[in-house]
Design a protein around this ligand. Structure first.
Ligand code: RP5
Length: 164
C-alpha cells in the first residue's frame, strides 16, 4: 500500500471478504491511488463503523468502497453517516450466491445513496475503477494513468478466440 495519506477507504465486514475486496485494492495500487483497507462490521463492530464513517471526511478520505455479504448492511450504514460517495460491493455468499448481499446493498431508501456494483470480483474491480475515476476528476496525472489502463485493457483483447 502507498505511504501517501489515503484518499480511498476500502472497508469490509469480515476477513473472509478480503479475497474479493483485494481486487479493488489491486486496481488502486496499479493506478497509484492511496488507499487504506480495514475490517469494519456493521453487526460485530458497530462502534468501529460509527467512528470510521464519522471521521472519514476529516481524515481526508474522498470516497469509500464497502464490501459485505449476507445481511450486508455495511455500505448503507456507512452512507447513512457520511456524505462521501460510497460504493457497495456485494460479496458472493456461500448460501445464496451473493443475491442476499446484492439485494441488501442495492435497495436503499431514497435520500441515502450507495452506488452498488456487481456481485464478487467484478464488482470489486469496478469499485476500484470508479473510485479512481472520482479521484481523477481532481488529478490530471491520475486521469492519464486511468486512460492508459483502459487503453492497455483494450489492446489486450484478441480479435480471434483460441483453444485453451
Ligand atoms: C458479513 O458476513 C461479512 O461481510 C461477510 O461477507 C459475512 C460472513 O462473515 P464471516 O462469518 O465469514 O466472518 O458481515
Amino acid at each position: 500500500m502507498s505511504n501517501d495519506t489515503p484518499v480511498v477507504g476500502i472497508i469490509m465486514g469480515s476477513q473472509s471478504d478480503w479475497p474479493t475486496m483485494k481486487h479493488a485494492a489491486t486496481v488502486l495500487e496499479d493506478l497509484g491511488v492511496a488507499f487504506e483497507a480495514r475490517i469494519v462490521s456493521a453487526h460485530r463492530t458497530p462502534d468501529r463503523l460509527y467512528e470510521y464513517a464519522k471521521s472519514a471526511k476529516d481524515r481526508g478520505l474522498k470516497c469509500i468502497i464497502a464490501g459485505a455479504g449476507g445481511a450486508a448492511h455495511l455500505p448503507g450504514m456507512t452512507a447513512a453517516m457520511t456524505a462521501l460517495p460510497v460504493f457497495g460491493v456485494p460479496i458472493k455468499s456461500s448460501t445464496l450466491s451473493g443475491n442476499d448481499s446484492l439485494l441488501s446493498i442495492v435497495q436503499m431508501p431514497g435520500g441515502i445513496p450507495v452506488g452498488t456494483l456487481a456481485i464478487g470480483k467484478a464488482g470489486a474491480i469496478n469499485a476500484g475503477l470508479l473510485a479512481a475515476s472520482v479521484m481523477a476528476l481532481m488529478d490530471d496525472d491520475l486521469a492519464e494513468r486511468l486512460e492508459a489502463w483502459r487503453a492497455a485493457q483494450t489492446a489486450s483483447i484478441a480479435e480471434e478466440p483460441v483453444d485453451e
